[in-house]
Design a protein around this ligand. Structure first.
Ligand code: HEC
Length: 147
């Protein structure tokens, strides 16, 4: 009985060592995999940081706001035609609520991006800068808040 017991204990022990070795081997593999992932993630995040840095200095669309960014674009490029008096195309973009109507029906973005199926705006003028369009897209992505 005790002999059998010892034999069994040895088997269990051997099996334990076997699994321990596997675990050790696997943990080594995992360690190297993680190391490679970590190093490459760092490499790519550096690369990404640099790009974001460049992008930020060129165009800061991250903190876009209606009062700060969107209203001035409209005043500069749209208001001359789309005000409450001239109402070209029967459209006024003087207030947030008036602008919001054309944001919601997709015409605002479609027009400034010169998308197919919309009248290109500003009519007869140059397309808005890539940065201004980016700000408008970001603002609309954020839900076009009156901020
Ligand atoms: C020189 C005058 C003029 C300027 C500047 C102008 N628009 Fe327009 N806009 C018009 C006229 C006229 C129409 C109606 C005829 C048409 O759709 O082309 C119109 C139509 C639109 C429409 C409806 C488009 C559609 O597909 O139904 C939108 C939206 C619009 N304008 C937005 C803008 C925005 C935003 C700006 C500034 C970035 C702007 N417009 C600048 C004259 C102008």
């Amino acid at each position: 009985m005790s002999k059998y017991g010892n034999y069994k204990t040895t088997i269990v022990h051997l099996r334990y060592t076997f699994y321990q070795n596997i675990l050790y081997f696997m943990s080594k593999q995992i360690f190297y995999t993680l190391l490679v992932l970590f190093v490459s993630a760092n490499f790519f995040s550096c690369y990404y940081d640099v790009e974001e840095e460049l992008y930020k200095t060129n165009c800061d669309a991250d903190t876009v706001g209606y009062t700060k960014d969107i209203a001035p674009i409209i005043v500069n490029y749209c208001d001359v035609c789309h005000n409450d008096v001239d109402l070209l195309g029967a459209i006024s973009l003087e207030s947030y609520n008036q602008v919001k109507v054309y944001v919601d029906n997709g015409k605002f973005l479609g027009s400034v991006r010169h998308d197919a199926g919309y009248s290109a705006m500003p009519q007869g003028g140059a397309k808005l800068s890539a940065c201004d369009i980016q700000k408008i897209e970001k603002w609309i992505d954020n839900g076009a808040p009156n901020n």
